[in-house]
Each structure stands twice: as structure tokens, then as C-alpha cells.
Design a protein around this ligand. Structure first.
Ligand SMILES: O=C(O)CCC(=O)C(=O)O
Ligand SMILES: [Fe+2]
Length: 346
């Protein structure tokens, strides 16, 4: 379907997603490096590591802490926040190939920052279908996955989406993360990769009222995330039950769109969805960041959707390397999904 953008952007185009911004001063950053060096291995001893981070959180300072707190808790705060001048690992090894990460002795400063920021906005948790239940994820482009709609891809645009989690209720935007933390160990050598974010408030302001109303109706289906279908369904697509793409009050809407595919089940619903997607593709409404070393992007996974641009992978020692954490504000609501592993859920 080819829908001309000019047909549906009558008068409300001057709307842009807001991004929060915190820049740490050098004194704070250096104090953090001191506190966050020599910690336990976060992958093999996550509980130990978590205990060490908890006692160090205040080193970020009261101002940054409260800015991050408000970002995470206020319904009207910006949906995405960039934090700069964070500590980096002094001897970061060459970027490993995806899937062959070895946990040799090294500092875990980046992991500590990622986990610590996660603790400031909620609870970092693991999911069994995501990176083997690890609470901290290494995002590295993978050979053979260049064109996948996944964080392992590179040569294709990773479509606007929320990070979602398969569940039997048939709605994959229920037990998923409320927030993501993306921290830069390294940007890609050519600095092409951009993480892009658009909030639902902006999308709804640009769409016609009729389209927003349609997008609120249970006329849509989302495909389960590819990591789930590849792992447990021979790669075959699983569609959700019917639901709305937009929900919640007009002044604080929530949005759900799946990377692996979202579809309208009537022609009108599908057209409204295409117009929503066309708005996402207009850079004047979104914000984008080339996450580089020492930067972190805090992403609200309910207020908006995110995407990643294409980039040319090298698979070399200087390849892009991000850390990610999935953050929940409420683990009680998902208690039936708890596994025997510490802080890991189905
Ligand atoms: O690589 C990126 O910038 C974003 C990847 C992504 O969408 C994710 O990790 O959920
Ligand atoms: Fe994502």
C-alpha cells in the first residue's frame, strides 16, 4: 500500500518528540569509575553484582538521580532520555562476535552503569526467551542476521516497535519491559547506526482524530517477537489476539507496535496503521541518537516506539557494541512467570 504523506498531514505537523537530557560532570564520572571498578561478574554472579551496584547508586549525584527518577515516574515526562559523560571501561576488549562472548576477567564498568541506571528507573529483569535469560544483554550485529528484524541485524532498517514478550494471553505488550536502557560500549566505526524514537503523543497529535479513534479499536494484531518464534515455534509467525495500537487517555497515550509485524484486520484499520507508520518515518517528529561510548539512552517502552537505522557491519574489533537492560516497574503483576533463576521471568 502506498499512501502519500501529504494526503493526511493537514495542519498539525509542528510536533516533535521531547527528549530528556542529563550530562554528568567529569568529577561525578570519575567518582563513578572508582566505585564501579572491581565488581563481581554480572553474568555469572548477577545477585552479587546487583548488591554491589545498589550500594553505589548515590554516586551519580542527587540532581541526575532525581531527573532520572522523574523521567521514570511522571506520566507527563519525556518518553526518552539521553545521559552523557558516563563512565566507560578503561580496557574494553575488542568487540566479540555475537554469541561468542567470553566472560574473561575484565572490568564491568559499562555493565555497572547499565544496571545502575536500570535500578534508578525500576527493576532490571531477564526473560528466558531473550539472550538466555541474561539480565544484561550484549547487542552486537551478527553475521548471517544482517537483514533480520532484530537487534542482531544491521543492513536493514529495524522497524519502529516496542520490545515485546510472547505470552499465552495472546497480547505481547503485557509482561514486556516498561523501559529499556541502551548503553554504548562502542558506536559502529562509521557512526551510521542511529537509534530513533517517537512518542505516541506526537503520533496522535499529527494523525487525524478519526485515525486515532480507529487505532484505539481492537482491530489489530501483532506478531510475536522473532526471538520467541525462532526459539520455540520453528520460526513460524504467531499473531496476537485482536487489540488496539493506541490506548489510554488522550493526554498520555500508550502505543504498541511489533517489529515482527503489526496488521490491521480491516482495510480502514490497515490504512490508519500505514498512516501512523508514515508519520514515524518523518524525521521532524522523532528524535535520533547515535549512541556512542559513555552514552546511555533510557527508553520508555509504553509511551513510544523505537527503531534503528541501517548501518554497514564490519564484524571486526571496532564493531558497534551496546549493552541493554529490560526494566520493569512492577514484577508482582508477572509473578506467575517467575523462573528459578534470580530475577528471570518467562
Ligand atoms: O540497536 C539499537 O539501537 C536498538 C535495538 C533495539 O531495538 C533493542 O535493543 O530493543
Ligand atoms: Fe527494540
Amino acid at each position: 500500500m502506498n499512501i502519500a504523506v501529504s494526503n493526511f498531514l493537514p495542519n498539525k505537523v509542528a510536533v516533535k518528540t521531547q527528549m530528556g537530557h542529563v550530562v554528568l560532570d567529569d568529577t561525578t564520572r570519575n567518582a563513578m569509575v572508582g566505585k564501579l571498578t572491581g565488581l563481581s561478574n554480572p553474568y555469572t554472579q548477577p545477585r552479587h553484582f546487583a548488591a554491589e551496584i545498589r550500594t553505589s547508586l548515590s554516586v551519580i549525584g542527587a540532581n541526575a538521580m532525581m531527573d532520572i527518577h522523574d523521567f521514570a515516574t511522571a506520566p507527563d515526562s519525556p518518553a526518552v532520555m539521553l545521559i552523557e559523560n558516563l563512565p566507560t571501561d578503561p580496557h574494553l576488549p575488542p568487540t566479540p562476535l555475537d554469541g561468542v562472548l567470553t566472560h574473561t576477567a575484565r572490568s564491568y564498568v559499562g555493565e555497572a552503569v547499565t544496571y545502575g541506571l536500570g535500578k534508578l528507573i525500576g527493576e532490571p529483569i531477564g526473560y528466558t526467551t531473550e539472550k538466555d535469560g541474561d539480565i544484561l544483554h550484549n547487542l552486537i550485529p551478527a553475521q548471517g542476521a544482517e537483514t533480520m528484524q532484530s537487534n542482531r541485524g544491521s543492513k536493514v532498517f529495524l522497524n519502529f516497535h516496542n520490545d515485546s514478550v510472547y505470552d499465552e494471553s495472546g497480547w505481547f505488550h503485557t509482561y514486556n519491559a516498561d523501559f529499556l536502557v541502551l548503553y554504548g560500549h562502542r558506536s559502529d566505526p562509521k557512526r551510521q547506526a542511529e537509534t530513533i524514537y517517537i512518542d505516541a503523543k506526537t503520533i496522535c497529535a499529527v494523525l487525524s482524530d478519526e485515525d486515532v479513534e480507529l487505532l484505539r479499536q481492537p482491530l489489530f494484531q501483532m506478531a510475536a517477537p522473532s526471538n520467541f518464534t525462532v526459539l520455540l515455534n520453528n520460526g513460524e509467525k504467531i499473531w496476537s489476539r485482536l487489540g488496539g495500537v493506541i490506548s489510554g487517555p488522550d493526554n498520555a497515550p500508550e502505543i504498541t507496535v511489533a517489529a515482527n509485524g503489526t496488521r490491521g484486520t480491516t482495510p480502514q484499520a490497515e490504512e490508519a496503521l500505514q498512516r501512523l507508520k508514515a508519520i514515524c518515518d518523518l524525521p521532524e517528529h522523532s528524535v535520533s541518537v547515535r549512541i556512542s561510548a559513555g552514552q546511555a539512552l533510557l527508553i520508555n517502552n509504553r509511551k513510544g516506539i523505537h527503531a534503528r537505522s541501517t548501518f554497514e557491519p564490519t564484524f571486526g574489533p571496532d564493531e558497534r557494541w551496546l549493552l541493554r537492560a529490560n526494566i520493569r516497574r512492577d514484577t508482582w503483576a508477572m509473578r506467575q512467570r517467575k523462573t528459578d533463576m534470580w530475577n528471570v521471568y518467562v
